[in-house]
Structure formats: C-alpha cells, structure tokens
Write a protein that binds this ligand. Sequence first.
Ligand SMILES: [Zn+2]
Length: 284
Amino acid sequence: MLNGRQHTLAKEITLKSIGLHTGRKISMKVLPADADAGITFIRKNGENSFATKSAYDAVTATTLATTIGADGASVSTVEHLMSAFFGLGIDNAVVELTGPEVPIMDGSAQEFVALLKSVGLATQTRKKFLVVTAPVSVEEGDGSATLLPSDRFELTYSIDFAHPSIGKQSYHVIFSQENYEKEIAPARTFGFLHDVERLQAVGLALGGSLANAVVLDENKVINKEGLRFSNEFVRHKILDAIGDLSLLGTPIQGHLVAHKSGHRLNNLLLRELVARKNCWHLDG
Ligand SMILES: [Zn+2]
C-alpha cells in the first residue's frame, strides 16, 4: 500500500525559456501552495490574470500537447512540468506564466526536476491515493490504455512506429522518485522532420528545434548528440503518461498498461476511471 505526505516547494523558482508553439520567451514562476490546493496555473496578461486549476476535466485540447483551460484562458504543454511535479512528489504549487504555454526546456522533464530539487520541498498533510480495484480500459483506433489493480504505481507502455529508428518498443517502470529521475525524466519528446516543417508552415511548433526534441528524418535521428537511451521514445511516452495521469489530482495506486496511447487516450482513461466508481476507492 502506498502512503505518504503531500509536498509543496520550500521556496519559489523562476525561469525563462521559449515556448514550443509560439517560439517566444516565456517567464515562469513556480510558488508554494497550501495543502490540498493542487496545481494551479495563472496566466499573467498585463493587468489581467486568469487562473486554471490543473484537472483532468479542464483538459481542452490534446493535439501535440495537453492544454488545460477555463473561462477563455488556456495553458498549453503542461504535461512535462506536471510529470516533474508528480515525479518529485509535489502535490501543491502555483505556476505563473507570462505566455500561453509552459516553456519546453530541452523537451524532457530533467531541467524542471533539477530546478525544483534545488529549492527543496516542504512537507504537508497526509496524501490520499486512488486505489484501483478492478480493471478500467479505453480504446481508440489501435491504441488502448488500461488501469489494473496493483500494490504500487507502475507503468507498462508499448509503441509501434514504422520507422527504422523506433519500431516496436516496450518499457516497464515501477514508479519511485529515484526511478523517475534516472529512467524517465531525461527522455525527450520526439517528432518527424516532415511534421515539423508542415507545422511551422502553418505557424505552429515555431519554437521546435533540435535543442528541444529528438527529430527524425525518413531514416534516422538527425540530432548530432544521438539518443539519451536506445528506447528514449517509449520512455518519453511514459513521462507524458505520468503527467497526464497526474491531472487526476490524486495519485493512482494501479498499473497502467498502455499501447500506442497518447495525451487524448490518457485523458479519456481518467474520465472513464472517475465514472467507474465501482473500480476504485480512496485511501489515506
Ligand atoms: Zn511529451
């Protein structure tokens, strides 16, 4: 059985980096928050500010990245930061942004992890867990995502891309902060050169570059430094899934088994889970 306390940051942090979609510099501040507050995103627009609680039912778009929004304001590309929060056991924080998306950094969660760890954490009240007691599953096309009962949080993910550098990859990780930092956080997002060119032609992914993604042409990875892991691709999908599932707001005790899943299916799984009240209980 999982147990533990909630955490927030001991002190605020600030960073400036570019957004993947706008290609503009964005300033981001992460501040401590009260127990049970969850993660809140605040967009500062001159005098105005809009707050959005990060929650599975606030997800408004899942193309390319996970976007959350309410009342006409939205924040995009939240999943890598959310993943880093979850990886470090940070339950409560306020994220202030001067632009419409979370900075992309190096395309992984490793820089967020290093920065958040540098200020340390503050321990708060007891944490609740959602314990999966019966399988919950969603499917779409040839993708599927299932939560199975387990005495811990673990993820098994498989992908299948008809590309010589990717192909079939499968990876299993038992979640712990140590495993997350070593095996998952450094895995970068990836994209295909023809998609990047197509997106940039219509004004999207303007900040996308070899500095923040693994990019593949028809035959190979074109980044000079190569891959950080031979199966970096499937590891990044696990990084994304951890961020996407963290939008539930309550950590899950269960085993995610996902095949060709993505932000959209991960979010549909959470919605199905919440609706199937006979398949889980809260503990802690
Ligand atoms: Zn990602």
